[in-house]
Design a protein around this ligand. Sequence first.
Ligand SMILES: Cc1cc2nc3c(=O)[nH]c(=O)nc-3n(C[C@H](O)[C@H](O)[C@H](O)COP(=O)(O)OP(=O)(O)OC[C@H]3O[C@@H](n4cnc5c(N)ncnc54)[C@H](O)[C@@H]3O)c2cc1C
Length: 480
Amino acid sequence: MGRAFVYVILGGGVSAGYAALEFVKRGVLNGELCIISDEPVAPYERPALSKGFLLPEAAARLPSFHTCVGANEERLTPKWYKEHGVELVLGTEVKSADVKRKTLLTATGETISYKFLIVATGARALKLEEFGVSGSDAENVCYLRNIADANRLVNAIQSSPGGNAVVIGGGYVGMECAASLVINKINVTMVFPEAHCMARLFTPKIASYYEEYYKSRGVNFVKGTVLSSFDFDSDGKVTAVDLRDGSKLSVDMVVVGIGIRPNTSLFEGQLTLEKGGIKVNGMLQSSNSSVYAIGDVAAFPVKAFAETRRLEHVDSARKSAKHAVSAIMEPDKTGEFDYLPFFYSRVFTLSWQFYGDNIGEVVYYGDLSDSSTFGAYWVSKGHLVGAFLEGGTKEEYEAIAKATRVRPAIEDLTELERQGLGFAVTVSEKPVTLPPPIEVNTSGLLLEKPLYAWHAAAGVILAASVATFAYFYGKRRRRW
Ligand SMILES: Cc1cc2nc3c(=O)[nH]c(=O)nc-3n(C[C@H](O)[C@H](O)[C@H](O)COP(=O)(O)OP(=O)(O)OC[C@H]3O[C@@H](n4cnc5c(N)ncnc54)[C@H](O)[C@@H]3O)c2cc1C
């Protein structure tokens, strides 16, 4: 049994939805495009799962957050795909891929062939078992990556009114879930091994602002230690969390957010991998010219940093999707992907945005101890390379984005501090003179030469947050 399509998107998450919209905008014909997803629903805006989906009242539910509602574009409901002749193959896992034959084999035994494949498989949540702790299957232990996880989390919340939750991990998912649990009137303790929350992005000073705010909302922090085991009742529910520092916390529910691992396994040994993802060039094209990769699974050249990076953020998923479709359908009119990394989060009434890179010297502005608007710049090699802003207006966020893209020379850090947000606003009001692009070395990416030998770098690179977590589990378990 088999079907053939011109374009196949493997994975049905954020980037798949945005790629589908772009294909349709560019005139894909009826029956040419297929999306295969192991999730039972059409692509949706995943960030909603830790925000609107968990609200105690008027919670967001599908179809309200199907892609591409997050970017104020059309909302792609199942009806939309039908009307535009896009085949949605849902609830169907792809079990193997053969990039030489250009075929995918599904769990239902169907072979789907393609002319062009876009890999949009995203990432999976790391499990506690991968760090030697068992108990993930207990009904009150929750992860959060997909809609099934989110439904399970909502059930756990509703079964624990006024109860105690422990959130393991101080990254995005941990911070956003902790805020949602508080809003649901659950007592929260956050446990993580680092010295402060959001350790990959925040400085200690920025982290302290958010930790103080969380404390004011009743959240308790236990830092510098990790989970060592769970206590269970006779029904297999977790009743307490045992920490490496010897303490024990009674719980009604546990949320685990300890990092993600890109879903590359179908292509290991067939495509070049880097930074834990599928290595692509500036056209989002992998080491096989018929295969493109987008979103969390893609390691692409970031011109502004002059290096290949893999990002785990929704904006890069959306924009890489659009660019890959353009590169496939209009290669002669498509330049190299030139992306400025952008991250954001919204918790409680707080809201921040970050653009660029967090390297070099940090210059703060605004009053971090007593203000709802403050920010920071990162200056490296005499240029502005990163900007962070909490509590900004739309125009102010646009200003820091534009200023970071321009990478102005910074001669005097004290003067930058004095001007604060005004510096970005002034830079953004000037006509844009973009710095010359830095060439990113993609020489390691040999088109049409699949790697058949497993090599040391492939698939063993771990996100920094996970490395810290693993470290605390001791050398025995430091597998990455
Ligand atoms: C709870 C949560 C909150 C987030 N909040 C933010 C935020 O506030 N800001 C931000 O910038 N980013 C946020 N993110 C990150 C953002 O959602 C991701 O960067 C984005 O979803 C990546 O899109 P993607 O298409 O690459 O992967 P995904 O959206 O994960 O989609 C991958 C899809 O592929 C499917 N798939 C994988 N393997 C197979 C297979 N073998 N066969 C069939 N289907 C397969 C998966 O089931 C999934 O449907 C959040 C993520 C989560 C989980």
